[in-house]
Design a protein around this ligand. Structure first.
Ligand code: ZN
Length: 65
């Protein structure tokens, strides 16, 4: 019988694009791409962000303040 693990399982925060579980930060992405309303790691988030139109980017910049 294997010992029961005493480690608390981390919540599964998996990037919807590259499926990494090791990203220390995932961000919710909303935009007119394939990954609309997905949880993405920083790298993938940036990649999707670059696909947005300028108008959409400006909507995001609202959150930068
Ligand atoms: Zn990713």
């Amino acid at each position: 019988m294997p010992k029961p693990s005493t480690q608390i399982k981390r919540l599964a925060f998996i990037c919807a694009k590259c499926f990494t579980e090791k990203a220390d930060k995932l961000a919710w992405f909303v935009g007119s791409t394939l990954f609309n309303e997905s949880l993405l790691c920083r790298t993938c988030w940036q990649g999707q962000f670059n696909r947005l139109t300028e108008k959409e980017r400006k909507e995001w910049s609202f959150y930068d303040n």
